[in-house]
Design a protein around this ligand. Structure first.
Ligand code: AMP
Ligand code: TRP
Length: 326
């Protein structure tokens, strides 16, 4: 079985972008691959987090993974900071990564602009930690969105460099583009990706938003003045709403266009609200139930960390030997 590794930062509330773009596509992989789905809390502290909120979010992301159908019996679900080998390999790989490479990372350039003058070093070396996550598990495939492709390429470069300097040690990971995976756009500016860190709350829908909020955000979403429900790049708002709808229902674009012939944007939005509620409400209920069952969550993340440690320890040991550590 091939190995898959992916992770989400517990640095805010997960949006339907994370759901349709990441978590839902992971569901198709379980069973066919040996999957590690990590909650990357070490990555989250590259920007300031409030301890109480971070603690809550880590467990919430775990509960969301499980509530969305990621089976902890079939997959490895764990919290990054519970497996110390990530930090350890990250230090080592920092010594095999160049300043120039990290300076070229688009996400670093964007994020460092946002934090002002005091840029944490962690923000700069973030991609090295991500490379360590991936390389520790002999990962074959990494499901990532287009924004993470550059980081994955760097992980490959670092691995190849190490393998050339010593001898083959790391497996070289490939990006895994999930078929039909959807890129969900901002509801307020549909040429921009929907993001949990957007300042405008109306631009995203959280997986845990309540009914009225979901309804309000969809009804308020930006469209255009054409008045025709048609799927094209000139109508990016409508295109995005159709994309969200078909991510839920599996209907084809043509069929949606045909059904809405002669109908208005209000009809499309109302139908989308209903579809979203029927998808999200049962998940939200399950998340709340899991969050009440802390013992169960604890068992899941402890088991996850134990088996993740077994695999990653061996890789790290090999790395240390090759370098010349005793
Ligand atoms: P992030 O929220 O940036 O930590 O992203 C975690 C995962 O969710 C990554 O695999 C992203 O590619 C995916 N993701 C985040 N936002 C979206 C979006 N708007 N559309 C599709 N996928 C997304
Ligand atoms: N950097 C990724 C993001 O922001 C999260 C992440 C951390 C990740 N480690 C990873 C994704 C390893 C895939 C594999 O989306």
């Amino acid at each position: 079985m091939k190995t898959i590794f992916s992770g989400i930062q517990p640095s805010g509330d997960l949006t339907i972008g994370n759901y349709f773009g990441a978590i839902k596509s992971w569901l198709k992989l379980q069973g066919e691959y040996n999957c590690f789905f990590c909650i990357v809390d070490l990555h989250a502290i590259t920007v300031r987090q409030e301890p109480k909120k971070l603690r809550e979010k880590i467990l919430e992301v775990l509960a969301i993974y499980i509530a969305c159908g990621i089976d902890p019996e079939k997959n490895n679900l764990f919290i990054q900071s519970h497996v110390p080998f990530h930090s350890e390999l990250s230090w080592i790989l920092n010594c095999y990564t160049y300043m120039g490479e990290l300076s070229r990372m688009t996400q670093y350039k964007e994020k460092s602009l946002k934090v002002g003058e005091s840029i944490p070093v962690g923000l700069f070396t973030y991609p090295v930690l991500m490379a360590s996550d991936i390389l520790l598990y002999n990962t074959d495939l990494v499901p990532v969105g287009s924004d993470q492709k550059q980081h994955l390429e760097l992980a490959r470069d670092i691995a190849e460099r190490f393998n050339t300097l010593y001898s083959p040690t790391f497996k070289i990971p490939e990006p895994y583009i999930v078929e039909n995976s959807s890129r969900i756009m901002s509801l307020q500016n549909p040429v921009k990706k929907m993001s949990k860190s957007d300042e405008n709350e109306n631009s995203y829908i959280k997986i845990m938003d309540d009914e009225n909020v979901i309804k309000r955000k969809i009804l308020k979403s930006v469209t255009d003045s054409k008045g025709v429900v048609s799927y094209n790049d000139d109508q990016s708002g409508i295109k995005n709403l159709i994309n969200i709808l078909i991510s839920i229902t599996g209907e084809s674009v043509e069929s949606v266009e045909n059904r809405f012939l002669g109908k208005g944007y209000g009809d499309l939005k109302n139908e989308l609200v209903e579809a979203l509620l029927s998808e999200l409400i049962p998940i939200q209920q399950k998340v709340r139930d899991f969050l009440k069952n802390k013992d169960y969550l604890e068992k899941v993340y402890k088991d996850g960390a134990n088996s993740a440690s077994e695999v990653s320890y061996k890789v790290l040991r090999k790395v240390k030997k090759k370098i010349g550590f005793i």
